[in-house]
Design a protein around this ligand. Structure first.
Ligand code: PMP
Length: 351
């Protein structure tokens, strides 16, 4: 460790993102990206922004994008905050709403970034184990907490929580912020955005990386009552006022405007997911019910780590998890039908 680093930096355990291979030979099912391209209207809007806007600084308040999102979700633009991917919005949220004295609660297992942010902000989170079947222990999230963060559906399990369960958690945590991370909501979950005007403690976080096929341009946003959004703006404007670049703003606005295209793509992904679950079950996998664009599975006889390495040798990239509460599981992103054929063919050779 460097003698120049401060104590906090020495203790950080930074996040390692999923592999992005440089060559194209892999079927890439490891980072939950959308297998389909963005809407043609998005591509057109970005090209137009290149030609007409790149010499100008972007709007630091992302007014047009917030207006488009507000119309889409029937909210006010002041109830929306935009950031460079939902990871950045989550980071700002941890800085704005949680403290070391009152531990924020999240599940084990869940999106691993939450722990990274908690450490970065010197918080000592309360980690609540999931139930045996990977469902959320709702009652434990209703005990006194200094805030709550729940992805719906959860990652990496793909299991969702119901609206009534979220309501119970919101009621029980009225003095603290409840973040519902809806990164994968459009693949079968139920959004809590309609609760926003009733719950001043609710912050919903969304991304354009999954449903909108725009992981490469980094746009995410938060939706909540104005008081929460003002908190996020105070943090952002303290060091990072021009957050979103012009190409990202143009692409994101066009994506929200072309929801019909994305609904079609999501439908295809859900159909492929259900077919893939059945095919995996037929070759000896146990699969957790999924409401997202990925599945969480374990094989009755063969180790997940072995399958992971052998799949990689066959040109298919997935993720494997082998830690105390989730030994022996694979997380597999849903790709196109052709990509899933390649996965199943490779698995048949391995097993
Ligand atoms: N939340 C969850 C649950 C995720 O899985 C991810 C992506 N890995 C994110 C947020 C962040 O997505 P992005 O920064 O691309 O918006």
């Amino acid at each position: 460790m460097s003698k120049f680093w401060n104590e906090l930096v020495q203790k950080l355990d930074p996040y390692v993102p999923g592999e992005q291979p440089k060559d194209k030979k892999y079927v890439k099912l490891n980072t939950n990206e959308n297998p389909y391209p963005p809407s043609p209207k998005v591509v057109k809007a970005i090209k137009q922004a290149v030609n007409e806007q790149l010499r100008l600084y972007p709007d630091p308040n992302a007014d047009e994008l917030r207006k488009t999102a507000a119309e889409h979700f029937q909210l006010d633009p002041e109830q929306i905050f935009v950031g460079n991917g939902s990871d950045e919005v989550l980071a700002f949220s941890f800085m704005s709403f949680f403290s070391a004295e009152n531990p924020v609660a999240f599940a084990d297992i869940t999106y691993s970034f939450y722990k990274v942010y908690a450490n970065l902000c010197s918080l000592s989170p309360k980690i609540i184990p999931l139930n045996e079947d990977f469902s959320l222990p709702v009652k434990a999230f209703c005990e006194p907490n200094g805030g709550v963060v729940i992805p719906n559906p959860n990652a990496p399990t793909g299991r969702g929580v119901s609206l009534s369960e979220v309501k119970e958690i919101l009621e029980a945590n009225k003095d603290h912020v409840v973040i519902i991370d809806e990164a994968y909501i459009d693949f079968g979950g139920e959004s809590v955005i309609p609760f926003i005007n009733d719950y001043p403690n609710l912050l919903v976080i969304r991304t354009l990386s999954k449903y909108s096929s725009l992981a490469g341009i980094r746009v995410g946003y938060a939706l909540g009552q104005k008081e929460l959004i003002d908190g996020l703006n105070r943090v952002k404007n303290s060091f990072n006022s021009y957050t979103i670049d012009r190409l990202a703003l143009a692409g994101a606005k066009a994506a929200i405007d072309d929801d019909a295209y994305y609904q079609e793509m999501a439908k295809k992904i859900v159909t492929t997911r259900e077919q893939t679950i059945e095919r995996l079950q037929n070759i000896g996998f146990t699969v957790v019910p999924s409401q997202s664009n990925f599945i969480f599975a374990s094989h009755t006889e063969v180790d997940a780590e072995v399958i992971f390495h052998e799949l990689r040798d066959h040109g298919v990239l997935v993720r494997y998890f082998n830690q105390p509460r989730i030994s022996n599981h694979l997380r597999i992103t849903i790709g196109t039908d052709e990509e899933m054929d390649k996965l199943i063919d490779a698995l048949k050779l391995i097993l």
